[in-house]
Write a protein that binds this ligand. Structure first.
Ligand code: ADE
Length: 324
Protein backbone atom coordinates (compact mmCIF):
# COMPACT_ATOMS: atom_id res chain seq x y z
CA UNK A 1 0.00 0.00 0.00
CA UNK A 2 1.07 3.52 -0.64
CA UNK A 3 0.14 6.32 1.75
CA UNK A 4 0.42 9.81 0.44
CA UNK A 5 1.71 12.50 2.76
CA UNK A 6 1.36 16.24 2.69
CA UNK A 7 2.04 19.26 4.81
CA UNK A 8 4.62 17.73 7.11
CA UNK A 9 7.58 19.65 5.69
CA UNK A 10 8.90 21.96 8.38
CA UNK A 11 12.10 23.14 6.71
CA UNK A 12 14.99 22.37 4.37
CA UNK A 13 18.65 21.78 5.01
CA UNK A 14 21.59 22.16 2.59
CA UNK A 15 23.93 19.16 2.71
CA UNK A 16 27.17 18.65 0.76
CA UNK A 17 28.10 15.07 -0.15
CA UNK A 18 31.59 13.53 -0.54
CA UNK A 19 31.73 14.67 -4.22
CA UNK A 20 31.21 18.28 -3.19
CA UNK A 21 27.64 18.25 -4.58
CA UNK A 22 25.10 20.27 -2.61
CA UNK A 23 21.62 18.82 -2.07
CA UNK A 24 18.51 20.15 -0.42
CA UNK A 25 17.28 17.83 2.31
CA UNK A 26 13.65 18.17 3.41
CA UNK A 27 13.02 18.15 7.14
CA UNK A 28 9.69 16.64 8.16
CA UNK A 29 7.80 16.51 11.41
CA UNK A 30 7.63 13.02 12.85
CA UNK A 31 6.59 11.05 15.92
CA UNK A 32 9.78 12.12 17.72
CA UNK A 33 8.79 15.81 17.49
CA UNK A 34 5.81 15.34 19.83
CA UNK A 35 5.21 14.36 23.43
CA UNK A 36 2.08 12.23 23.54
CA UNK A 37 -0.44 12.62 26.37
CA UNK A 38 -3.90 11.47 27.30
CA UNK A 39 -6.38 9.66 25.04
CA UNK A 40 -9.09 12.00 23.73
CA UNK A 41 -11.11 9.51 21.76
CA UNK A 42 -11.13 6.05 20.27
CA UNK A 43 -12.57 4.84 17.00
CA UNK A 44 -12.66 1.39 15.45
CA UNK A 45 -9.29 1.80 13.73
CA UNK A 46 -7.92 5.01 15.22
CA UNK A 47 -7.09 6.66 18.53
CA UNK A 48 -6.90 10.42 19.14
CA UNK A 49 -4.22 11.50 21.59
CA UNK A 50 -3.35 14.89 23.07
CA UNK A 51 0.20 15.82 22.07
CA UNK A 52 2.64 18.70 22.45
CA UNK A 53 5.12 19.92 19.84
CA UNK A 54 8.44 19.62 21.69
CA UNK A 55 9.90 22.66 19.85
CA UNK A 56 7.25 25.29 20.62
CA UNK A 57 5.05 23.50 23.21
CA UNK A 58 1.97 24.01 21.00
CA UNK A 59 -0.78 21.52 21.79
CA UNK A 60 -2.48 19.33 19.18
CA UNK A 61 -4.76 16.34 18.89
CA UNK A 62 -3.04 13.55 16.96
CA UNK A 63 -5.17 10.90 15.30
CA UNK A 64 -3.21 7.66 15.12
CA UNK A 65 -4.49 5.19 12.54
CA UNK A 66 -3.44 1.54 12.43
CA UNK A 67 -2.27 0.75 8.86
CA UNK A 68 -2.69 -3.04 9.06
CA UNK A 69 -6.20 -2.74 10.42
CA UNK A 70 -7.19 -0.14 7.79
CA UNK A 71 -5.96 -2.37 4.95
CA UNK A 72 -7.61 -5.49 6.42
CA UNK A 73 -10.94 -3.67 6.79
CA UNK A 74 -10.63 -2.04 3.34
CA UNK A 75 -10.84 1.51 4.71
CA UNK A 76 -7.86 2.97 2.80
CA UNK A 77 -10.21 5.00 0.62
CA UNK A 78 -11.91 6.63 3.63
CA UNK A 79 -8.61 7.54 5.25
CA UNK A 80 -7.62 9.25 2.00
CA UNK A 81 -11.00 11.04 1.82
CA UNK A 82 -10.52 12.33 5.35
CA UNK A 83 -7.04 13.67 4.56
CA UNK A 84 -8.08 15.14 1.18
CA UNK A 85 -11.14 16.93 2.62
CA UNK A 86 -9.22 18.33 5.60
CA UNK A 87 -6.51 19.57 3.23
CA UNK A 88 -9.23 21.43 1.35
CA UNK A 89 -10.84 22.98 4.45
CA UNK A 90 -8.01 24.97 6.00
CA UNK A 91 -9.43 28.48 5.99
CA UNK A 92 -12.27 28.35 8.46
CA UNK A 93 -12.24 28.59 12.27
CA UNK A 94 -15.13 26.12 12.60
CA UNK A 95 -13.35 23.12 11.13
CA UNK A 96 -10.63 21.06 12.80
CA UNK A 97 -7.47 21.92 10.91
CA UNK A 98 -5.01 19.31 9.66
CA UNK A 99 -1.45 20.60 10.17
CA UNK A 100 0.77 17.63 9.29
CA UNK A 101 0.55 14.01 8.32
CA UNK A 102 3.33 11.48 8.76
CA UNK A 103 3.75 7.77 9.35
CA UNK A 104 5.89 5.07 10.77
CA UNK A 105 5.91 1.36 10.01
CA UNK A 106 2.77 0.69 11.98
CA UNK A 107 0.65 3.88 11.97
CA UNK A 108 -0.49 6.99 10.14
CA UNK A 109 -0.56 10.23 12.12
CA UNK A 110 -2.90 13.20 11.50
CA UNK A 111 -1.86 16.27 13.52
CA UNK A 112 -5.07 18.25 14.20
CA UNK A 113 -6.35 21.25 16.13
CA UNK A 114 -6.92 20.32 19.75
CA UNK A 115 -10.55 20.88 20.73
CA UNK A 116 -10.18 20.83 24.50
CA UNK A 117 -13.85 21.55 25.22
CA UNK A 118 -14.78 18.06 23.98
CA UNK A 119 -17.91 17.03 22.11
CA UNK A 120 -21.03 19.20 21.90
CA UNK A 121 -22.92 16.01 22.80
CA UNK A 122 -21.12 15.76 26.14
CA UNK A 123 -21.87 19.40 26.98
CA UNK A 124 -25.51 18.97 25.96
CA UNK A 125 -25.90 15.82 28.07
CA UNK A 126 -24.48 17.63 31.08
CA UNK A 127 -26.88 20.57 30.58
CA UNK A 128 -29.93 18.50 29.55
CA UNK A 129 -30.87 21.06 26.88
CA UNK A 130 -29.83 24.54 25.72
CA UNK A 131 -31.78 27.77 25.91
CA UNK A 132 -32.59 29.76 22.74
CA UNK A 133 -29.50 32.00 23.04
CA UNK A 134 -27.04 29.08 23.24
CA UNK A 135 -28.87 27.16 20.51
CA UNK A 136 -28.77 30.24 18.27
CA UNK A 137 -25.01 30.67 18.87
CA UNK A 138 -24.00 27.02 18.40
CA UNK A 139 -26.46 26.61 15.53
CA UNK A 140 -24.99 29.67 13.80
CA UNK A 141 -21.39 28.43 14.18
CA UNK A 142 -22.34 24.97 12.87
CA UNK A 143 -24.23 26.51 9.93
CA UNK A 144 -21.37 28.88 9.07
CA UNK A 145 -18.96 25.89 9.07
CA UNK A 146 -21.29 23.79 6.92
CA UNK A 147 -21.73 26.70 4.47
CA UNK A 148 -17.94 26.94 4.17
CA UNK A 149 -17.43 23.22 3.54
CA UNK A 150 -20.22 23.24 0.95
CA UNK A 151 -18.61 26.26 -0.77
CA UNK A 152 -15.38 24.22 -0.94
CA UNK A 153 -17.21 21.24 -2.44
CA UNK A 154 -17.38 19.00 0.62
CA UNK A 155 -20.52 17.28 1.99
CA UNK A 156 -19.90 16.00 5.52
CA UNK A 157 -22.61 13.28 5.51
CA UNK A 158 -22.24 12.45 9.22
CA UNK A 159 -23.05 15.67 11.08
CA UNK A 160 -24.11 14.99 14.65
CA UNK A 161 -23.34 16.42 18.11
CA UNK A 162 -20.48 13.88 18.58
CA UNK A 163 -18.72 15.34 15.54
CA UNK A 164 -19.12 18.93 16.69
CA UNK A 165 -16.16 19.58 19.00
CA UNK A 166 -15.55 22.69 21.10
CA UNK A 167 -12.25 24.50 21.54
CA UNK A 168 -10.90 26.04 24.74
CA UNK A 169 -13.07 29.16 24.24
CA UNK A 170 -16.13 26.96 23.54
CA UNK A 171 -16.28 27.78 19.83
CA UNK A 172 -17.23 25.05 17.33
CA UNK A 173 -14.69 22.77 15.55
CA UNK A 174 -16.31 20.22 13.23
CA UNK A 175 -14.46 16.93 12.86
CA UNK A 176 -14.63 13.42 11.36
CA UNK A 177 -14.55 13.80 7.58
CA UNK A 178 -13.91 10.07 7.01
CA UNK A 179 -17.32 9.64 5.38
CA UNK A 180 -17.38 12.98 3.53
CA UNK A 181 -18.07 13.32 -0.18
CA UNK A 182 -15.82 15.51 -2.31
CA UNK A 183 -17.52 17.38 -5.17
CA UNK A 184 -15.64 19.08 -8.00
CA UNK A 185 -14.40 22.29 -6.35
CA UNK A 186 -15.96 25.31 -8.06
CA UNK A 187 -13.27 27.58 -6.57
CA UNK A 188 -10.34 25.62 -7.90
CA UNK A 189 -9.28 24.69 -11.41
CA UNK A 190 -8.33 21.11 -12.25
CA UNK A 191 -10.02 19.52 -9.28
CA UNK A 192 -11.66 16.83 -11.42
CA UNK A 193 -9.43 13.86 -10.64
CA UNK A 194 -9.83 14.33 -6.91
CA UNK A 195 -13.57 14.39 -7.30
CA UNK A 196 -13.49 10.97 -8.97
CA UNK A 197 -12.38 9.29 -5.75
CA UNK A 198 -15.47 10.56 -3.93
CA UNK A 199 -18.15 9.43 -6.37
CA UNK A 200 -21.11 8.07 -4.44
CA UNK A 201 -22.05 5.53 -7.07
CA UNK A 202 -18.93 3.40 -6.99
CA UNK A 203 -19.10 0.04 -5.29
CA UNK A 204 -17.72 0.65 -1.82
CA UNK A 205 -19.99 3.63 -1.16
CA UNK A 206 -23.09 1.78 -2.24
CA UNK A 207 -22.21 -0.99 0.22
CA UNK A 208 -21.67 1.48 2.97
CA UNK A 209 -25.02 3.15 2.47
CA UNK A 210 -26.79 -0.19 2.62
CA UNK A 211 -24.90 -1.62 5.60
CA UNK A 212 -25.17 1.69 7.41
CA UNK A 213 -23.12 1.89 10.58
CA UNK A 214 -23.01 4.63 13.18
CA UNK A 215 -25.73 6.82 14.58
CA UNK A 216 -28.97 6.42 12.66
CA UNK A 217 -30.76 9.44 14.13
CA UNK A 218 -29.34 12.10 11.77
CA UNK A 219 -29.55 10.21 8.48
CA UNK A 220 -31.52 11.95 5.76
CA UNK A 221 -34.49 10.29 4.06
CA UNK A 222 -32.81 10.55 0.62
CA UNK A 223 -29.85 8.50 1.84
CA UNK A 224 -32.23 5.81 3.09
CA UNK A 225 -34.43 5.95 -0.03
CA UNK A 226 -31.94 6.46 -2.87
CA UNK A 227 -28.57 5.89 -1.12
CA UNK A 228 -27.69 9.34 -2.35
CA UNK A 229 -26.53 12.27 -0.23
CA UNK A 230 -26.37 15.89 -1.36
CA UNK A 231 -25.56 19.22 0.32
CA UNK A 232 -29.15 19.36 1.62
CA UNK A 233 -28.53 16.08 3.51
CA UNK A 234 -26.20 18.02 5.83
CA UNK A 235 -29.01 20.55 6.35
CA UNK A 236 -31.38 17.75 7.38
CA UNK A 237 -28.81 16.76 10.03
CA UNK A 238 -28.52 20.44 10.97
CA UNK A 239 -32.30 20.56 11.54
CA UNK A 240 -32.03 17.46 13.75
CA UNK A 241 -29.25 19.14 15.78
CA UNK A 242 -31.23 22.39 16.31
CA UNK A 243 -34.18 20.30 17.50
CA UNK A 244 -31.92 18.28 19.82
CA UNK A 245 -30.21 21.29 21.40
CA UNK A 246 -33.59 22.73 22.43
CA UNK A 247 -35.45 19.48 23.22
CA UNK A 248 -32.56 17.54 24.76
CA UNK A 249 -33.13 14.59 22.43
CA UNK A 250 -33.01 14.04 18.66
CA UNK A 251 -36.34 14.20 16.76
CA UNK A 252 -36.17 10.65 15.40
CA UNK A 253 -35.32 8.10 18.05
CA UNK A 254 -36.59 4.56 18.38
CA UNK A 255 -35.66 1.26 20.05
CA UNK A 256 -33.49 0.19 17.10
CA UNK A 257 -32.00 1.42 13.84
CA UNK A 258 -34.69 -0.09 11.65
CA UNK A 259 -37.49 1.64 13.57
CA UNK A 260 -35.57 4.92 13.55
CA UNK A 261 -35.25 4.67 9.74
CA UNK A 262 -39.00 4.07 9.48
CA UNK A 263 -39.74 7.16 11.55
CA UNK A 264 -37.41 9.27 9.36
CA UNK A 265 -38.99 8.05 6.12
CA UNK A 266 -42.48 8.79 7.51
CA UNK A 267 -41.39 12.17 8.93
CA UNK A 268 -42.78 10.82 12.21
CA UNK A 269 -41.71 13.29 14.90
CA UNK A 270 -43.32 15.89 17.15
CA UNK A 271 -42.28 18.89 19.22
CA UNK A 272 -42.32 18.78 23.01
CA UNK A 273 -44.51 21.28 24.82
CA UNK A 274 -42.86 24.67 25.21
CA UNK A 275 -40.61 24.28 22.14
CA UNK A 276 -39.99 27.88 20.94
CA UNK A 277 -42.28 28.87 18.06
CA UNK A 278 -39.62 30.53 15.85
CA UNK A 279 -37.28 27.54 16.27
CA UNK A 280 -40.15 25.22 15.41
CA UNK A 281 -40.73 27.11 12.16
CA UNK A 282 -37.04 26.73 11.22
CA UNK A 283 -36.93 23.00 12.07
CA UNK A 284 -40.13 22.41 10.07
CA UNK A 285 -38.48 24.00 7.02
CA UNK A 286 -35.38 21.78 7.42
CA UNK A 287 -36.99 18.43 8.25
CA UNK A 288 -38.59 18.21 4.81
CA UNK A 289 -38.55 14.83 3.03
CA UNK A 290 -37.69 16.18 -0.43
CA UNK A 291 -34.14 17.64 -0.26
CA UNK A 292 -35.05 20.07 -3.06
CA UNK A 293 -37.63 21.69 -0.77
CA UNK A 294 -35.35 22.10 2.25
CA UNK A 295 -34.41 25.65 3.23
CA UNK A 296 -31.04 26.51 1.61
CA UNK A 297 -28.16 27.95 3.64
CA UNK A 298 -28.77 31.59 2.60
CA UNK A 299 -32.41 31.38 3.71
CA UNK A 300 -31.48 29.70 7.00
CA UNK A 301 -29.09 32.59 7.76
CA UNK A 302 -31.93 35.06 7.20
CA UNK A 303 -34.50 33.09 9.22
CA UNK A 304 -35.94 34.94 12.20
CA UNK A 305 -34.41 32.35 14.56
CA UNK A 306 -30.92 33.70 13.73
CA UNK A 307 -31.89 37.36 14.03
CA UNK A 308 -29.03 39.35 15.56
CA UNK A 309 -26.27 36.91 14.49
CA UNK A 310 -23.22 38.64 13.01
CA UNK A 311 -22.49 36.15 10.26
CA UNK A 312 -18.91 35.20 9.48
CA UNK A 313 -16.70 37.81 11.18
CA UNK A 314 -18.36 38.72 14.46
CA UNK A 315 -19.66 35.23 15.19
CA UNK A 316 -16.18 33.73 15.66
CA UNK A 317 -14.82 36.73 17.57
CA UNK A 318 -17.69 37.01 20.02
CA UNK A 319 -17.48 35.44 23.46
CA UNK A 320 -19.40 32.17 23.55
CA UNK A 321 -22.57 32.55 25.66
CA UNK A 322 -22.48 31.01 29.12
CA UNK A 323 -24.23 27.65 29.09
CA UNK A 324 -27.36 27.65 31.21
N1 ADE B 1 -11.42 13.86 19.83
C1 ADE B 1 -11.36 13.57 18.55
N2 ADE B 1 -10.74 14.53 17.86
C2 ADE B 1 -10.40 15.47 18.76
C3 ADE B 1 -9.75 16.74 18.68
N3 ADE B 1 -9.32 17.21 17.51
N4 ADE B 1 -9.59 17.43 19.81
C4 ADE B 1 -10.03 16.94 20.97
N5 ADE B 1 -10.65 15.78 21.10
C5 ADE B 1 -10.83 15.05 20.01
Amino acid sequence: EEWRERGAVTGTQQVTDSNGQTHTRVIKKGVKDFNFGRTLGEGSYSTVLAATDRQNLKEYAIKVLDKRHIIKEKKVKYVNIERDTLNRLTEHPGIVRLYYTFQDERSLYFVLDLASGGELLGVLKKMGSFDVECTRFYGAEILDSVAYMHSRGVIHRDLKPENVLLDREMHVKITDFGTAKILPDPQRKGAGSEAMTGDPMDGAEMDRAVSFVGTAEYVSPELLRDKNACKASDLWAFGCIIYQLLAGRPPFKAANEYLTFQKILALDYSFPEGFPEVARDLVERLLVLDPANRLPVEHIRNHQFFEGIQWTRGLWRQKAPRLK
